[in-house]
Design a protein around this ligand. Structure first.
Ligand SMILES: [Ca+2]
Ligand SMILES: [Ca+2]
Length: 355
């Protein structure tokens, strides 16, 4: 027997020391990895939701004035219960989607000239959005459809830089996401396992359980002098006095929620719905869970039609637009991204973040 060979006990002790040393070396790295590992995101949990009970209500109104004939006639509609995001989708929420999927919005991509041979300028083929510009000396009532001088196409105006190059969402993560097309909103909804609301679902939810009220909070526009939503005060489109506290879009939840716990169902940004937009659709609409016409109104004959947007925005004044009322509706060109339209989603099954 070799007297210099280690005893079995010494070999065992040495192995134990090596194992302990290895654990001490590796453990900090393992802990660090565990702490810093990317969070597993459940897309359905990104937005908080509220339950909207089934119900029957009068959609639209027979009392709409001649500037808002698209809201006539008032007609009975039944919708099923569902879950709805409590706020407009925010920049922070959309960023989770963009980071997880690498999705590029329409405004972030140039158009293929073969698809749009008749564009008036190559500039219109570049990625960008229509942005509102304050415009003096204009009577909006004398402007025709498709000739609204306060809209300027701005290259590279995207959800990440909603006023174009040199702008940023860095300090606006809790603002509604802007500069998206209908397709972009649908892509987010699909990722989240949700969908866009139908127009009927949207109006039912916006009313918050109130019956036939002018606004989502009641009949009085400013109860006790208090502004109840973010819209425009002053002479449109020249001067917004921002008496309600905000020029442009405001952080979500800046005003009280409606009866279902939903914020900004009036004003802030318009919200895209699933339905195609039909000006005279209310005269034909089904009563139970209506889904809108088969094709959208197309005032400029673009061939792409319009989808419904609801709720009005920070641009709606009391004289010209006045569409922060509960029955107000409008169409948005399917390919248009702009800085006064956003969206929120609905789900037929409860998300884990629901309350
Ligand atoms: Ca405002
Ligand atoms: Ca809104």
């Amino acid at each position: 027997m070799d007297p210099t060979a280690p005893t079995p006990q010494a070999t065992k002790a040495r192995r134990l020391i090596i194992a302990i040393a290895a654990i001490l070396i590796v453990a900090p790295f393992a802990v660090s990895f565990w702490k810093n590992k990317p969070a597993i995101i459940n897309p359905s949990e990104v937005c908080e939701m509220a339950w909207i009970p089934a119900g029957e209500f009068t959609m639209g109104s027979d009392k709409a004035d001649e500037k808002h004939n698209e809201e006539k006639p008032g007609h009975a509609v039944q919708v099923k219960g569902l879950w709805m995001d409590v706020t407009e989708v925010t920049n922070a929420q959309f960023k989770v989607f963009a980071d997880a999927t690498g999705y590029l919005t329409d405004a972030e991509k140039n158009l293929d000239p073969r698809d749009f041979p008749d564009v008036p300028s190559p500039e219109y083929l570049k990625g960008g959005s229509l942005l509102f510009k304050h415009t003096a000396g204009v009577n909006p009532f004398q402007c025709g459809v498709g000739d609204l001088p306060w809209w300027k196409f701005t290259v590279a105006a995207t959800w990440r830089q909603p006023e174009g190059p040199d702008s940023s969402i860095k300090d606006r993560m809790n603002h509604p996401v802007l500069c998206l097309t209908y397709k972009d909103a649908q892509a987010f909804a699909k990722w989240a396992g949700k969908r866009l609301p139908t127009e009927a679902e949207w109006e039912h939810a916006a009313r918050g359980g109130l019956i036939d009220k002018n606004y989502t909070w009641g009949d009085e526009e400013r109860p006790n002098g208090k502004y109840m939503c973010n819209h425009w005060q002053g002479k449109f489109p020249a001067t917004d006095l921002a008496s309600d506290g905000f020029n442009y879009a405001a952080p979500v939840k800046s005003y009280p929620p409606n009866g279902y716990g939903l914020y900004d169902m009036a004003g802030n940004v318009w919200e895209m719905c699933e339905d195609w937009y039909g000006i005279d659709w209310y005269a034909k609409s089904a009563k139970e869970n209506p889904v809108g016409p088969a094709i959208g109104h197309d005032p400029e004959n673009t061939g792409y039609g319009q989808h419904v947007i609801r709720g009005g925005s920070w641009l709606c004044d009391e004289a010209y637009c006045f569409r922060y009322r509960a029955t107000a509706r409008q169409g948005l060109d399917t390919l248009t991204s702009t800085n006064h339209v956003g969206f929120r989603c609905v789900s037929d099954k409860a998300g884990p973040a629901s309350k």
